[in-house]
Design a binder for this molecule. Structure first.
Ligand code: NAP
Ligand code: MG
Length: 396
């Protein structure tokens, strides 16, 4: 008998090679065992074009309503895609739209496999990166200063009160930049981090450069501390996890010497840079999971990689590709497990665990997609995606 579900998952189908893998994962690994209940949204670029991107906002609304979603990688249109897909508009990134609608934070964590040693071999447990996704240099105002000039920043309140400071007295050409953030956005980020920590029973390390940025970065540190003291300290102590603030340079040194197993919360730019460093150090982008968590506890699971366009073009020419489906499988298991927890369905939660184990065991036993072969220390058999999925299905 198949495992029953109560509440549907929000299922967001995507583009290109990952769209193909999506259907294969459902067919071979999930539907034979689970009476899958989903509310389906096709976020593939042709349907975003057809619905004038309404499908994306509808899907985001559905995640808010139902609480758990699983998303396939999608194309973020650029000029070349506008031509390729005959778009009437360069639609926004679906991830950006969903993240804004949920006011969420993205957590990225590597999937560890015996036989694939990270470049930092002491990292025996995953390091989860939480990147603040609002403001700072990503919403800046920049001016190229042409020559001798005085640059200032100023704030004007509705009552006419102003606050002003000199940035620099230029004697020749240069550059300036204005950045901002809000207490509300920093607070949402902090709550998402603390909720995710409670959920996964991991410590949180937050790092900024508050010794240099005594107002800006210091505000981040204070907001985290205020929210932690008022809302989370007791809950953390009860399950034996910690919250620590560290200076970013100190934090980098400690991370390298660590064994992993914690959440590293970072400002927008730091998170952008460090997530690439951490992903690379663990071996492969194809083995990185990603989950968007809102401050009020809504979850959207996906793979960290894109639609693997190059493989898709080869697939269209009839070639069997060896595209790694592991992160997409883990997006499904993450969502099914969370649904199982929220709906008190232990069979569903157990199924998610078993599917993850079958996937990891298949690789550890030597069968994997070709991207992993050179990283694997044992004898590796590099196969196409379909053969790999069949091997997992057999084990499951
Ligand atoms: P990508 O799809 O992540 O692929 C880049 C390269 O990384 C691939 O060509 C492949 O290298 C390797 N790779 C990534 N995932 C793999 C997997 N599962 N199995 C095996 N190899 C994998 O990034 P991209 O080519 O820059 O972007 C393609 C499209 O994805 C773009 O339209 C972009 O907008 C979109 N994108 C979407 C998301 C998202 O929805 N979250 C994220 C990023 C990008 P080889 O070709 O050398 O094998
Ligand atoms: Mg980046």
């Amino acid at each position: 008998m198949k495992i029953r579900m109560k509440t549907p998952l929000v299922e967001m189908q995507g583009d290109e090679m990952t769209r193909i893998l999506w259907d294969a994962i459902k067919e071979k690994l999930i539907c034979p065992h689970v009476e899958l209940k989903t509310e389906f949204y096709d976020l593939g670029l042709p349907n975003r074009e057809q619905t004038a991107d309404k499908v994306t906002t509808d899907a985001a609304e559905a995640v808010r309503r139902l609480g758990v979603g699983v998303k396939c990688a999608t194309i973020t249109p650029n000029a070349q895609r506008v031509v390729e897909y005959k778009l009437t508009k360069m639609w926004l990134s679906p991830n950006g739209t969903i993240r804004a609608a949920l006011d969420g934070t993205v957590f990225r964590a590597p999937i560890l496999v015996k036989g694939i040693t990270p470049y930092i071999p002491t990292w025996t447990k995953p390091i989860t990166i939480a990147r603040h996704a609002y403001g700072d240099v990503y919403r800046n105002a920049e001016i190229k200063v042409e020559g001798k000039a005085q640059a200032k920043i100023s704030v004007t309140y509705p009552d006419g009160k102003t606050d002003e400071k000199v940035i620099a007295d230029f004697s020749g050409p240069g550059i300036i930049q204005g950045i901002h953030n809000t207490d509300a956005s920093i607070g949402s980020f902090a709550r998402s981090c603390f909720n995710y920590a409670l959920d996964t029973r991991q410590d949180v390390w937050f790092a900024t450069k508050d010794t240099i940025s005594k107002t800006y970065d210091h505000r981040f540190k204070d907001v985290f501390a205020e929210i932690y003291e008022a809302e989370y300290k007791e809950k953390f102590e009860k399950i034996g996890i910690r919250y620590d603030y560290t200076l970013i340079d100190d934090s980098v040194a400690r991370i390298v010497r660590s064994n992993g197993g914690f959440i590293w919360a970072l400002k927008n730019y730091d998170g952008d840079v460090m997530s690439d460093m951490v992903a690379t150090a663990y071996g492969s982008l194809a083995m990185m999971t990603s989950v968007l968590v809102s401050p009020d506890g809504k979850y959207e699971y996906e793979a960290a990689h894109g639609t693997v366009t190059r493989h898709y073009y080869r697939h269209l020419q009839g070639e069997k590709t060896s595209t790694n489906p592991v992160a997409t499988i883990f997006a499904w298991t993450g969502a099914l497990r969370k649904r199982g927890e929220l709906d008190s369905l232990p069979d569903l939660t157990a199924f998610a665990d078993k599917l993850e184990k079958a996937t990891i065991d298949t690789i550890e036993a030597g069968t994997m997609t070709k991207d992993l072969v050179s990283l694997f220390s044992g004898k590796a058999n590099g196969v196409d995606s379909e053969t790999f999925l069949d091997a997992i299905a057999a084990r499951l």
